[in-house]
Design a protein around this ligand. Structure first.
Ligand code: NAP
Length: 281
């Protein structure tokens, strides 16, 4: 089974569009997403353009604030504080990476946790790992939703998380633990990656190494979620050797068209959730 992330994302957006219309009729207001983009990083510009497009498509208010590469950190921080106090803004996202002179940690910690749609604020990270309600980082949330489409009950499954980044690996392990998986986290210092992978019922790869996971690393019937996006001479590829692994796995996400489309849909979902929490207070 090839897991169709494009379709899953389109379904989630359609569902959000309905929810937003209902929220509008109940509260006479719609969720608002504000994205701050600093500099001219080409992939960031593409991501932000898509975020804006899909936010509008589902009926949200969407705003992008663009700053030049050399903008002072204080300007960005004071804009975030202003947005924190703006009732029309449900979610704030600062597009990463930021230029070196801007302290990413300071920026993330300035966003009000209740408007942190990326789920990067330490309060949200802590809440997620404590099993409390929190914003969940968008890419792991997308992986989780795709995984649940294949297998509703993950109880007792052995999952391998390849990669331990704050963005992907660490939050994903929390979601897997919540589902009662037995989770192994592997990384660049792991001794025998192949042996670890070959024991897993679920493999999630968020590494950034083209086709790292080979067919003979994967147990027959495993579910494989590929987060990696790697530019190669033959186009975009994931961290999993799709041709080899798709013959062995029970289900696998393609690259492109797997996890990628879910990330923005989950960002919109997080924005709606932030809006709902404020309205229900
Ligand atoms: P990252 O911060 O660079 O983390 C990569 C992780 O992989 C690290 O934990 C690293 O280990 C581990 N690693 C590196 N080489 C390894 C190896 N040979 N064997 C085992 N583990 C290894 O990357 P990231 O931000 O999580 O992103 C990972 C990939 O996902 C990238 O390709 C990125 O483009 C993609 N991505 C996709 C989406 C999407 O929407 N689909 C979103 C975000 C990212 P150490 O900790 O030991 O260094």
């Amino acid at each position: 089974m090839i897991i169709d992330g494009k379709k899953a994302a389109a379904d989630l957006r359609a569902d959000l569009k309905k929810k937003i219309a209902e929220l509008k009729s109940t509260y006479n207001a719609v969720p608002g997403l504000t994205v701050l983009l600093v500099g001219e990083d080409p992939p960031s510009k593409i991501y932000v353009k898509n975020k804006e497009k899909f936010a509008k498509e589902v009926g949200m208010n969407s705003e992008v604030i663009r700053y030049p590469e050399n903008i002072e950190e204080t300007v960005v921080l004071s804009k975030i504080r202003e947005l924190n106090n703006n009732d029309k803004v449900s979610g704030i996202l600062v597009q990463l990476p930021l230029p070196k002179h801007i302290d990413k940690r300071k920026v993330i910690e300035t966003i009000l946790p209740g408007k942190d749609v990326d789920g990067f604020h330490p309060i949200n990270v802590g809440n997620l790992s404590s099993g409390y309600d929190s914003s969940i980082p968008c890419t792991p949330l997308g992986c989780y939703l795709l995984l649940k489409k294949v297998e509703k009950n993950l109880n007792g499954k052995h999952a391998i998380m390849i990669g331990r980044s704050n963005l992907n690996g660490k939050p994903m392990t929390q979601l897997l633990l919540k589902e009662n998986c037995t989770v192994t986290i592997v990384h660049s210092k792991t001794k025998d990656l192949k042996a670890e992978c070959s024991r897993a019922d679920i493999i999630i790869a968020a590494v950034g190494k083209p086709k790292l996971v080979k067919g003979d690393w994967v147990k027959k019937g495993a579910i494989v979620i590929d987060v990696g996006i790697n530019k190669t001479d033959s186009g975009l590829v994931g961290d999993v050797d799709f041709d080899e692994v798709s013959k062995i796995a029970k289900a696998i996400t393609p690259v492109p068209g797997g996890v990628g489309p879910m990330t923005i849909a989950c960002l919109l979902n997080n924005t709606v959730e932030c809006f709902k929490k404020v309205q229900s207070k």
